[in-house]
Design a binder for this molecule. Structure first.
Ligand code: MEV
Length: 314
């Protein structure tokens, strides 16, 4: 018998990096995500196949994937896992967390625990995986992968859903290069260690943007939200997290009518989110502004797609 589970990708609307230090952040699930199929294996160790990448669970391996898989799967039983992510790795859209949560959920289906208990145990398994890749994860990616929706997240406290006053639509542009979350988080930590006043200023500033953005989302003030995203991008650039392609994606999006644009996730590469008006009807391709943003990106050689945010994690 094979067990199958899925989890969604995520965007951080505001507050990445500061969230690692306890400042609130706002994130949302997106429809693209990951799935996993798990079956019991006759003999161990457990094996993992993600596209053409293969790993055997091994806590001592030099390969991060083998160690992360070992931390997630444990050694009580042996599983054969096949997983797939629709999200670019290192793209800032929570591919690693979506894979971890979907694999962990499918494995937990082999236990007789109550559904709530299984979800908690799946979260612990996924966190063990994330620690290997990210060192000091705030947990926001995993929370989004498991729950989706639009939510405010505080490290150690988890997420609080935000009731959005208007539909939120984003164009997501891929900068073409990925970056390791661990490396980017460590780079910010070094800057904060060298300059404590930068840490205080950054966390206060981003905290204020997040508080205002939460209100803007609740009342459906998309223009206000877009401005706050632009300001957040300036602060992230000040932490050396932006790159030339990220700046170009943001400029092109704003020029095509987006209400605001910023990097999402760890930066140093990865993706840009651009806030666009909702389409008039039930069109999946998005509004005219969304189409103009995607066209401008394409002409400049960047791939992108439009999505409504707030998808749920199953
Ligand atoms: C990565 O998606 C978000 C960061 O804030 C790291 C974290 O919260 O663990 C950069």
């Amino acid at each position: 018998m094979t067990q199958r589970a899925s989890a969604c990708g995520k965007v951080i609307l505001l507050g990445e990096h500061a969230v690692v230090y306890g400042t609130p952040a706002i994130a949302a699930g997106i429809e693209r995500g990951a799935w996993a199929e798990v079956s019991l294996a006759d003999v161990g160790p457990s094996t993992l196949e993600i596209g053409d990448r293969r790993a055997v669970a091994d806590a001592q391996s030099e390969d991060d994937l083998a160690r992360a898989f070992s931390a997630l799967v444990g050694s009580d039983r042996a599983f054969s896992v096949r997983a797939h992510s629709e999200l670019p790795p290192g793209g800032g859209l929570g591919s690693s967390a979506a894979l971890a949560v979907s694999i962990a959920r499918a494995i937990e289906m082999y236990t007789s625990a109550a559904p709530h208990e299984r979800e908690l145990r799946a979260a612990e398994r996924a966190l063990a995986w994330e620690r290997v890749f990210h060192g000091n994860p705030s947990g926001i990616d995993m929370y989004a992968a498991a729950n989706g929706g639009t939510f405010e997240f505080v490290r150690g406290r988890g997420g609080q859903p935000i009731e959005a006053g208007a539909e939120l639509w984003l164009c997501i542009g891929l900068s073409g290069s990925g970056a390791s979350t661990k490396t980017m988080v460590e780079s910010v930590a070094r800057q904060f260690q060298r300059r404590p006043e930068l840490q205080a200023r950054t966390l206060d500033g981003i905290g204020a943007l997040v508080r205002n953005a939460s209100l803007a989302i609740q009342v459906g003030d998309l223009v206000g939200l877009g401005r706050l995203m632009d300001l957040n991008q300036m602060m992230l650039a000040g932490l050396l997290l932006s790159t030339q392609p990220i700046e170009q994606l943001c400029t092109l999006a704003r020029g095509a009518g987006a209400l605001g644009a910023k990097l999402t996730g760890s930066g140093g590469g990865g993706s840009v989110i651009a806030l666009v008006p909702a389409p008039g009807g039930s069109e999946d391709e998005g509004s005219d502004v969304a189409k103009a943003v995607l066209r401008a990106w394409k002409l400049a050689g960047f791939e992108g797609f439009v999505t409504r945010v707030g998808a749920t994690g199953r």
